[in-house]
Structure formats: structure tokens, C-alpha cells
Design a protein around this ligand. Structure first.
Ligand code: CND
Ligand code: ZN
Ligand code: ZN
Length: 375
């Protein structure tokens, strides 16, 4: 029996309060309105940005259904939708691509004005929510809310992928892989023979390493305080791994000494103010490029000595690896299917959706890279 046009009752992980575990609840998911798409989720990955939100460091409206990395199948579409149809395999896009705004029309930029980071009400584009639970509206999260058996997204926040794509692998294109890989190849534009330093070896940082290697970097120095991450980093292309806690000197000085003055490209993929500054300082003063990938707490500010930039460093930041989501995601899926990108090495745990809190514990304890939840 078709569910199109009807309210669907299903399970979702609701965050009622900050710093509390998720509750698996029965929620009502309204049918998609015009230019909206309802998706049956198949898999969802757990990203540190979701955890930043649980902790209150990245702002969301409560109660909320988090999750922004996943893959599923279109269940039904609202009036006027042309980009996808029921049955299509799709990836929800935390960073939309409306195709019409000043950013989408810019030749390089990707942070579509419909993204909403400056106004994180996190509803649908029309200002209302499609989720309710116990009579209360439940808010969306960066246009995706993948921690639900069914979710509704705007048409600008979803893209069709190859019908043969293995969803449990390619769901990481929804965040970690694209964000990290693009930060290396598109934002930093890593050059062949160069030296790179990557701070933070989670799913996003390891994807930066995959990108640095693909771009032909000669040296890739991986930096993390959890040495259990080093074996995977080496497997993916790191040439050296260092733990800042093993040195008396600040880590940026260690890196400058190791590289005769500083690296060509550095990446902060943790989300801390102190490591953003370390990453900026470790790149060469005359030609180094430092890219901020991690999301630091929204309440914190960073003060830097202007001389760090005046001498010639370039400091950049980007969401979603600088990729335009609708253009890039289907191509990255094709590259994964052609075994050009070893995304499966990033998945360390697969859990049933109901064990979402266990998945977050693994992340917080530093025991997982990516946990993928299966619905
Ligand atoms: P995850 O927590 O898996 O990895 C972070 C790594 O950093 C871990 O291996 C830690 O051990 C390590 N670490 C922590 N503190 C330090 C320190 N002081 N020095 C060195 N290493 C340290 O996180 P993830 O890979 O899921 O995400 C990484 C960041 O990227 C995080 O801030 C997340 O919010 C952000 C991000 C950004 C974007 C974007 O579009 N720019 C998209 N998704 C996630
Ligand atoms: Zn746009
Ligand atoms: Zn993410």
C-alpha cells in the first residue's frame, strides 16, 4: 500500500535536551509539500558535528532530529519536484545547491545562501517542520535530519546517485568524504610533491589524507593525540604520524623543524581554537596555505598575530570541502564505485539504528572512525 500523501509513523532519534542521550521515539513524518522530498533512510553516519550539537557548541533548535550524513531511497515527492522521483537512490545534502543565488552562480563558491548557517532556525524552507512527536514540532538539522527512518528535505538539499551504488559505503559522501577530500583537492589545491600536515584523524581528517595523496603530495604528516588513529592514517597515505603530547616544544615548531621552515599545506580537522592556530603557524610563512575544516565552538573567538599572514601565508576555510553539493556528490559516488577512493576503510563500526547512543560513545571514546547506523 502506498504511503505517498499520508503521514508516516516511524522511529527517530530525538534530542530533547542538550548533553543528554538520544531517545528513540515514534514520530509522525508529514508528507512532502511542494518542492520537497520524503526519503526512506537506509544508512546514516555519525559525524563529530552532530556531537558538537549535542554538547551545545554548534547551535540547533530543540527538540531536534540530528544527523547530516546518510543515504536512502525516495519514498514520495511533493508538487513541482523534478530532480528526483520515488525509488531513486539519493544522498541528502547538508549544504544545498539552489543553483539560483549569488553564491551558486559564483564560479568558485559553494555556501549557497539557502544554507541558513546565519539563521539556524533549521526548519524547512517554508519555515515549518515536517516532524512531530507527542504533539510537539521537532526541528530539522542542516536540511537533512538523517537519524530518522523517514525524513523530509527540500529539493535543493537532495541529489540522485547511481542506482547501483552501495549505500552503506557511499553514505559518507554526505559529509566526511566530501568535506575532507575536497578540502585537500579543491580548497587547498594540494600540489604534486608538496608537504602536508593534517591535524585530527577522524573520518574527516582521514578523508583529507586521501585527498592529499590523490593530489600527489610527497609528505603527509598526520597529527593526533590518539595514537590508535595512526595505523589507519598510514594505510590511507600518511608518511609520518606524530603525537603533540610526545614533544616538549609546541607542535607547530616541531613541524617547522621537520620540514625546513614549514609545510606547504596544513589542515585543522578537529574543531578547536588552539589547534586552528597551531595549523596556521606550522605552514611556511612565505607560501604556506592553511585550511580550517573543523567546526570550533560558535561562542569562541580567535586572536592571531597579523604578522602570521603579512609574511605571505594564506588562511582559508570551507564547508563541505568547497564542493558544490549537487554537482560533486554523484561524481564522488562514481569514483568510489570505481575503487578510486577507499571510503570503506573509514567505516569501523556498523550498528542497528537503535544503538545510536552506543555509536556516539564510540566516537567520544576515540574508538571509532565512522560508525554507520543501519535502519
Ligand atoms: P573526530 O572526532 O572523529 O576526529 C577528530 C580527531 O581529532 C580525533 O582523532 C581526536 O583524537 C583528534 N584530536 C582531538 N583533540 C586534538 C588535539 N588537541 N590535537 C590533535 N588531535 C586532536 O571528528 P570528525 O572527523 O567527524 O570531524 C572533525 C571536525 O570536522 C569536527 O570539528 C567536525 O565538526 C568538523 C566538520 C566540518 C565540516 C565542514 O563542512 N567544514 C563537516 N563535517 C564535520
Ligand atoms: Zn544557492
Ligand atoms: Zn559532518
Amino acid at each position: 500500500m502506498s504511503t505517498a500523501g499520508k503521514v508516516i509513523k516511524c522511529k527517530a532519534a530525538v534530542l530533547w535536551d542538550l548533553k543528554k542521550p538520544f531517545s528513540i521515539e515514534e514520530v509522525e513524518v508529514a508528507p512532502p509539500k511542494a518542492y520537497e522530498v520524503r526519503i526512506k533512510m537506509v544508512v546514516a553516519g555519525i559525524c563529530r558535528s552532530d556531537d558538537h550539537t549535542v554538547k551545545g557548541e554548534f547551535l540547533a533548535t530543540l527538540p531536534v532530529i540530528l544527523g547530516h550524513e546518510g543515504a536512502g531511497i525516495v519514498e514520495s515527492i511533493g508538487e513541482g519536484v523534478t530532480a528526483v522521483k520515488p525509488g531513486d537512490k539519493v544522498i541528502p545534502l547538508g549544504l544545498p545547491q539552489c543553483g539560483e543565488c549569488i553564491v551558486c552562480k559564483h564560479p568558485e563558491a559553494n555556501n549557497c545562501v539557502k544554507m541558513g548557517l546565519n539563521n539556524p532556525q533549521w526548519t524547512m524552507q517554508d519555515g515549518t517542520t515536517r516532524f512531530t512527536c507527542k504533539g510537539k514540532p521537532i526541528y530539522h538539522f542542516i536540511h537533512t535530519s538523517t537519524f530518522s527512518e523517514y525524513t523530509v528535505v527540500d529539493e535543493i538539499s537532495v541529489v540522485k546517485i547511481d542506482a547501483a551504488a552501495p549505500l552503506e559505503k557511499v553514505c559518507l559522501v554526505g559529509c566526511a568524504l566530501s568535506t575532507g577530500y575536497g578540502s585537500a583537492v579543491k580548497v587547498a589545491k594540494v600540489t604534486p610533491g608538496s608537504t602536508c600536515a593534517v591535524f585530527g584523524l577522524g573520518g574527516v581528517g582521514l578523508s583529507v589524507i586521501i585527498g592529499c595523496k590523490a593530489a600527489g603530495a610527497a609528505r603527509i604528516i598526520a597529527v593526533d593525540i590518539n595514537k590508535d588513529k595512526f595505523a589507519k592514517a598510514k594505510k590511507l597515505g600518511a608518511t609520518e604520524c606524530i603525537n603533540p603530547q610526545d614533544f616538549q616544544k609546541p607542535i607547530h615548531e616541531v613541524l617547522k623543524e621537520m620540514t625546513g621552515g614549514g609545510v606547504d599545506f596544513s589542515f585543522e580537522v578537529i574543531g578547536r581554537i588552539d589547534t586552528v592556530l597551531q595549523a596556521l603557524s606550522c605552514c611556511h610563512e612565505a607560501f604556506g596555505v592553511s585550511v580550517m575544516v573543523g567546526v570550533p565552538p560558535s561562542s569562541e573567538n580567535l586572536s592571531v598575530n597579523p604578522m602570521l599572514l603579512l609574511t605571505g601565508r594564506t588562511w582559508k576555510g570551507a564547508l563541505f570541502g568547497g564542493f558544490r553539493s549537487k554537482d560533486a556528490v554523484p561524481k564522488l559516488v562514481t569514483d568510489i564505485m570505481a575503487n578510486k577512493i577507499p571510503v570503506d576503510l573509514l567505516i569501523t563500526h556498523v550498528l542497528p539504528f537503535e544503538k545510536i547512543n552506543e555509536g556516539f560513545d564510540l566516537l567520544r571514546l576515540g574508538k571509532s572512525i565512522r560508525t554507520v547506523l543501519k535502519f
